[in-house]
Write a protein that binds this ligand. Structure first.
Ligand code: UDP
Length: 382
């Protein structure tokens, strides 16, 4: 008999859903986390009474009713709707690309005028777009590409837009309506008070080892449980046998200002190439239900993209062809590890949003634990 049913490597969202589900099936879990805190990149640190999204802005959005009901059974969500603004050479433009943006850029007022303008500028790109640059120009025209996409994307990914896959830019909606909502999803919000409460519910009842590196003592930890759920980087798991996958990392700098309102919105994207950071986040605006002027101070975080090196936090997988085919080789090895379940952004090397991580964990949990799972917390406490 092993001490635990599961060792869960990584205290992020994938591991959290698995831990929650295991507990509902009377299984015991030990969570092993390298950082000091659980919650992966959702973790919030309270500064000046404001929940600061420590590892970058996290806005929950989904069209998946099952996922939305699940997270709402664990935490109360506010009605925050993400409406970031892009700053380019001192001018502010509404995001995502919509009639407000087109009107500011070109003085147009109707969808027909905007479509005509974009059609004129799309000219050069024919056929299926081969890379991010072609995809962006064909969807939004050259003006938007040059002012709002090129600089931001090249800072974010550290490479030319011609060397990036087209799918990245398709994350952003292009709309011929006056609608500044960044997401098309049906449901959106942020837990009141930040994500830590939700994280606590997910990992309730687990044994937890923080500041512990599973791979540094793998054999010992493997001996402690019947099954392993691994959510770390897949290339590290296999000792970088075929070489290293590339990731982008981020560096954050906080400032506390003596003002109740620094930038008037939670997220400003800085799209000039010359400005070294990509985003400034003013965290208090993430909770639209707490009046911002009740707190005379505000916390603003600048987000600087950096190339990932060992020892840094890997944030974004770089899903270009080279990395993708390298990942496929690791995925083949993973299939042979019968006692290990791999999942999440890092183990699947996938640019997952939070809701997709949860949906994928739910699917895997249903296979792992079998049968119908009651996905709402309240269905268990009745
Ligand atoms: N992007 C851009 N300009 C912006 C915001 C985003 O060109 O003002 C591009 C950029 O290439 C980025 C991609 O759109 O990597 C996806 O942006 P998203 O906001 O979805 O990124 P995330 O929130 O995951 O960092």
């Amino acid at each position: 008999m092993k001490r635990y049913d599961y060792v869960i490597v990584g205290g992020g969202l994938f591991g959290g859903v698995m831990a929650w589900c295991a507990k509902k099936h009377q299984k015991s879990c030990l969570v092993i986390e390298r950082r000091k805190t659980l919650g992966g990149n959702l973790y919030c640190e309270e500064i000046e009474g404001i929940p600061v999204h420590r590892y970058g802005a996290h806005i929950f959005h989904t069209s998946d009713r099952k996922v939305w009901d699940f997270v709402n059974s664990l935490a109360e969500f506010n009605r925050y709707t993400n409406c970031p603004v892009a700053s380019y050479r001192g001018q502010m433009y509404n995001m995502p690309f919509n009639m407000n943006t087109f009107s500011k850029l070109w003085g147009v007022s109707t969808p027909e005028e905007a479509k005509r303008k974009i059609a004129e500028q799309r000219g050069a790109v024919k056929g299926r777009p081969a890379n991010l640059e072609e995809q962006a120009i064909s969807l939004m025209g050259r003006d938007i590409y040059e002012r709002l996409i090129k600089g931001y994307t090249e800072k974010q990914w550290g490479r030319d837009c011609k060397e990036l896959p087209a799918f990245i830019i398709k994350r952003l909606p292009v709309r011929y309506t006056y609608d500044n909502n960044y997401f098309n999803d049906r449901y959106q919000g942020i837990p009141v008070g930040g994500y830590n409460g939700l994280i606590g519910r997910l990992f309730e009842g687990c044994g937890v080892l923080t500041e512990t590196d599973y791979l540094a003592d793998k054999a010992r930890f493997d001996g402690m449980a019947e099954r392993i759920i691994y959510t770390g980087t897949i290339d590290a798991y296999f000792g970088y046998r075929y070489g290293k996958l590339e990731y982008r990392s981020l560096r954050f700098e906080d400032d506390i200002y003596d003002t109740d309102n620094y930038q008037g919105v939670a997220v400003v994207n800085h799209t000039d190439r010359e400005v070294p950071y990509t985003r400034t986040i003013e965290h208090k605006h993430f909770d639209c239900t707490v009046p911002y002027n009740e707190n005379p101070k505000t916390v603003v975080t600048r987000e600087y993209p950096v190339a990932w090196e060992e020892g840094m936090e890997p944030y974004y997988p770089v899903n270009d062809e080279r990395n993708q085919s390298l990942y496929e080789k690791y995925a083949k090895l993973a299939e042979q590890e019968k006692n290990v379940l791999f999942g999440g952004r890092l183990a699947e090397y996938k640019y997952y949003d939070m809701d997709k991580v949860i949906a994928s964990a739910m699917e895997k949990a249903e296979k792992e634990f079998g049968g119908q799972i009651l996905w709402r917390e309240q269905e268990h406490s009745r």
